[in-house]
Write a protein that binds this ligand. Structure first.
Ligand code: M6R
Length: 364
């Protein structure tokens, strides 16, 4: 049931504050302001020397964000692979170590193959999964549920922000287990998570502005997305979303990588979406943005706080509510989802069932 939405994707984007709230409630003791893993899902991260993450598509991008968190908050080295490549790299795996797979459907063939490969090497398997009855949920040792509800749109939206929320909670737990975060640090990070659903609801109010921008994007042949730090995987996600439902060619790049090649693509016909929260990384990304501006690129700056004051000659600025840098990936996911959605609607593509794609990919 689409409710009063035109597409499942629109409904699923709009549901995010609610389902992220439900998901976080499974991982946070709200009264104590502490992380509390669901019953039966306990992991002691102090015993690990590495974490191996694998997933496909959007779920892989959630894992890429999580790497920043686990390494920063828990000083836990993370290896992350696209599930379809994991085995071919023949990574040395530590028996007794933890492999984390991430999947909305819990049926993705490559992700399942990774799980079985890691299990055969004696690893314990944790799964961040949305469908509790799925094969991946059944075969994992520990299930970390995303409570996104059924996701119908082929383009993953609410499952992604729920995956990020679970991974954020796990990274804080890991930080405590490993003695890197104090009780105080935990309380601050947890309060940022508790605030998140409200901030996501605020972010959704950018929709009318984004809908207007979509008319420009619909005319583009190529679109670039740039981000630094945890905004880099969100740039990759923004590009994937646009490609899969509007069929416009899009690429996400680390902002600093631009001048190593892709800037050659930039001219006045190329919209460049710059994801730059006003945090300690802002200034560097803003200078990459100036490089784009100097070549006539059409910049859409997505930022918060004092960011808009540094927008220069940007074509458009989307201002998100100010938030802890920690939770910005979940917030910055929203405008890129909405931009892809409205561009596709404007172009008249089949948003919920884009060509050549299936909701769950059960062949390798
Ligand atoms: O069900 P999964 O999370 O394992 O699916 C992984 C990818 O197939 C999926 O995220 C795909 O990339 C989406 N169409 C992205 O919107």
């Amino acid at each position: 049931d689409k409710g009063n939405h035109r597409h499942f994707m629109a409904k699923e984007i709009a549901e995010q504050p609610e389902v992220v709230g439900h998901t976080l409630a499974c991982f946070i003791d709200m009264a104590a302001g502490r992380i509390r893993l669901p019953d039966g899902a306990d992991v002691d991260f102090s015993k690990l020397d590495r974490l191996a993450i694998s997933a496909c598509g959007t779920a892989y991008y959630a894992g890429l964000v999580a790497r920043y968190w686990f390494e920063k908050f828990a000083r836990l080295p993370v290896d992350i692979d696209i599930a379809s490549e994991f085995r071919y790299r023949e990574p040395p795996l530590s028996s007794g170590g933890l492999a984390l797979v991430i999947s909305q459907s819990g049926e993705t063939a490559d992700t399942l193959a990774t799980l079985r490969h890691c299990r055969a090497q004696g690893m314990r398997i944790g799964a961040v999964v949305n469908v509790p009855t799925s094969t991946i949920a059944r075969e994992a040792d520990v299930v970390f549920p995303t409570v996104a509800g059924v996701e119908v749109g082929v383009a993953s939206t609410k499952a992604f922000t729920c995956q990020l929320s679970v991974l954020a909670a796990l990274a804080v737990k890991a930080g405590r287990d490993r003695g890197v975060l104090s009780e105080d640090d935990e309380a601050k990070l947890v309060s940022a998570l508790v605030e998140l659903p409200r901030l996501m609801a605020e972010a959704l109010r950018l929709e009318p502005e984004i809908e207007r921008l979509a008319t420009t994007f619909a005319k583009a042949q190529d679109v670039l997305y740039l981000g630094r730090g945890t905004s880099f995987p969100i740039a990759l996600e923004g590009a994937l979303k646009l490609k899969e439902i509007s069929y416009i060619h899009a690429e996400g790049y680390a902002a600093g990588e631009l001048k190593h090649g892709p800037i050659a693509l930039v001219d006045e016909n190329v919209p460049v979406v710059v994801l730059a929260p006003y945090d300690p990384l802002f200034e560097k990304t803003a200078s990459n943005m100036q490089e784009v501006a100097a070549r006539g690129g059409k910049i859409v700056l997505v930022t918060d706080g004092e960011g808009p004051e540094h927008a220069g000659s940007a074509f458009a600025v989307l201002t998100l509510p100010k938030a802890y840098a920690f939770v910005s990936p979940m917030l910055y996911a929203i405008p890129v989802q909405l931009l892809a959605y409205h561009t596709a609607v404007f172009m008249g593509t089949d948003v919920d069932q884009p060509r050549n794609l299936a909701k769950s990919v059960t062949v390798e």
